[in-house]
Design a protein. Sequence first.
Length: 331
Amino acid sequence: MNSDKEVSEEHHDDRQVATRPSDLSMLSGSDMQISPELFQQYISIERRRNFRALCWVSSTFLLVVVAVAAIIITIGLAFMKDSKKAVELADSASKSVDQYKNRVDNLGAETRTAVDKVAGISVAVQEDKRKYNLDQQILRQDLLGFSKWYDARYSSVTGSVATMSDLSIKLAALERLERERSEKFKEIEKWYQDNKTRLASASPLPDRGVIALGNVATATNVPAIEPGQQEASGNSSTETRTYSNGDSYAGEFKNGVRHGRGTYVHSSGDRYEGEFKNGKRNGTGTYRYTSGEIYQGEFKDDRKNGHGVCIYADGTKVKGLWQNDVMVQNE
């Protein structure tokens, strides 16, 4: 039994060495008796070796796959993060664009409002200027009537002086006339201040009545005596006249007054071209102011009455129905 065990151990040692087919050929005849057993062990060893190699390759492949997957996932997450940032930036830019657009729209609305206000202010300024011109015109008419009254009164107390007594009487009359003139001028000024609002709104003026100056009753509502309205013989004619106040007229006359079509140029530079009747603007015509304002339409008694168009210096057009130089209805 011991010998068999020793032989077995020797064969076992041989089996540990003879693990390759080339080693089998070196076995002796007695060793060939156990070669199938060694062959089976060889096969088992090779299988285990192949299994380990396969496990190692599989593990390596899995590790590579996991690493590649991790890299892909990392790259994907990075792209997703960048995409999210890009979307957020795009949303922020879109909101900024909307805000700027709203600001631009608001600025446009404010600009249009400012333009409308400027146009309204321009119209108001032109209206104030028109009222001021009307005030000046009425004041000139009063002063012209007063001047004529004063000249008539002054001529009545002047004349030849024969004695010192006559001179004293004339001087006293002149002093009295001067006092009356001052009082009358104050009354005119007071009436003008009291009715300034009505003049500005072109309302009908109250009758100023008759004011007694000394022993002479003088009407204070003396109408304006326009140049060239004096009576003259003859019928219609066409001629050019220049008046003492610097105004000029070129056109048709009838019985010595402006009647028909003509052009009247004021000393201030204002110009009217159109129809006249009985010395006043009546009918259709065009009035050009020195300020650049132009009115085209109907007139009656030297005032805008009827349908017409007013073109202001800034180009603004206002069309409507006019009454006594005031537009009462917009068209």
